[in-house]
Design a protein around this ligand. Structure first.
Ligand SMILES: *Cc1c(COP(=O)(O)O)cnc(C)c1O
Length: 218
């Protein structure tokens, strides 16, 4: 057993009842662990590293929906462009443009989420409200045809302080509501192993859960 089956079934059921999509974060875990969850019916998997994602995609069933949830470098977009289902962490126009270019080359529209900086920590990537507004404006003005912004993604502070985490999720939800109509946003990706219940409570439509399903990473 490479995955916690009981935990998986409990979480999957709970999320399905609330129409929240579960992305199983399989980074650093072997393909056999992914297959185990696949056999229980899981189809959405998330990875952080391009090479690891490319290798796993080649080795595993073709109906898996692969989510790229790490920080994507512009020069690596081409490796995942042929198959990636959703890129969660887009935080610059330069990256959007490159995704558009690679989408055009492959004749497919690539769906992305814009990453918003909501945590207190300085190290986390993402846009603030002003940068988000600017980026949306640029996208509308330039009319990129091979990339579609489906929603927003964010990571809360790594803290035990639930009030703080809740406040950050509420902030992200407020930005989602602010832009969702004008830009047809449908996905709000927030919540991980430690805070997904809070995230769902605050309006998340997609959670990214790794260690609760696969155990701690090294
Ligand atoms: C690793 C990772 C996760 C999953 O984290 P867990 O705490 O193991 O659930 C979710 N989102 C992102 C962006 C990650 O890098």
């Amino acid at each position: 057993m490479l995955v916690n089956q009981i935990k998986y079934q409990e979480i999957a059921k709970q999320l399905m009842e609330q129409s929240v999509t579960l992305v199983a974060v399989s980074k650093t875990k072997p393909p056999a662990a992914i297959e185990e969850l696949y056999n229980f019916g899981q189809r959405d998997f998330g990875e952080n590293y391009v090479q690891e994602l490319v290798d796993k995609q080649a080795a595993l069933p073709k109906d898996i929906r692969w989510h790229f949830i790490g920080h994507l470098q512009t020069n690596k977009v081409k490796y995942i462009a042929p198959f990636v289902h959703l890129i969660h962490g887009v935080d610059s126009y330069k990256l959007l443009k490159e995704i558009d270019k690679q989408g055009e080359k492959r004749g497919r529209v690539i769906e992305v989420l814009l990453q918003v900086h909501i945590a207190q920590e300085e190290t986390k990537f993402g846009l603030d409200d002003q940068e988000l507004a600017t980026l949306f404006q640029q996208v509308v003005a330039e009319g990129l045809s091979y990339v579609t912004i489906r929603g927003l993604m964010g990571m809360a502070s790594f803290t035990e302080d639930e009030t703080q985490v809740k406040r950050e999720f509420q902030y992200l939800k407020s930005l989602f509501d602010k832009y969702s109509q004008k830009h047809s946003l449908q996905i709000l990706s927030m919540g991980m192993s430690g805070d997904y219940l809070l995230a769902v409570q605050e309006g998340s439509t997609m959670v990214r859960i790794g260690s609760l399903l696969f155990g701690a990473r090294n």
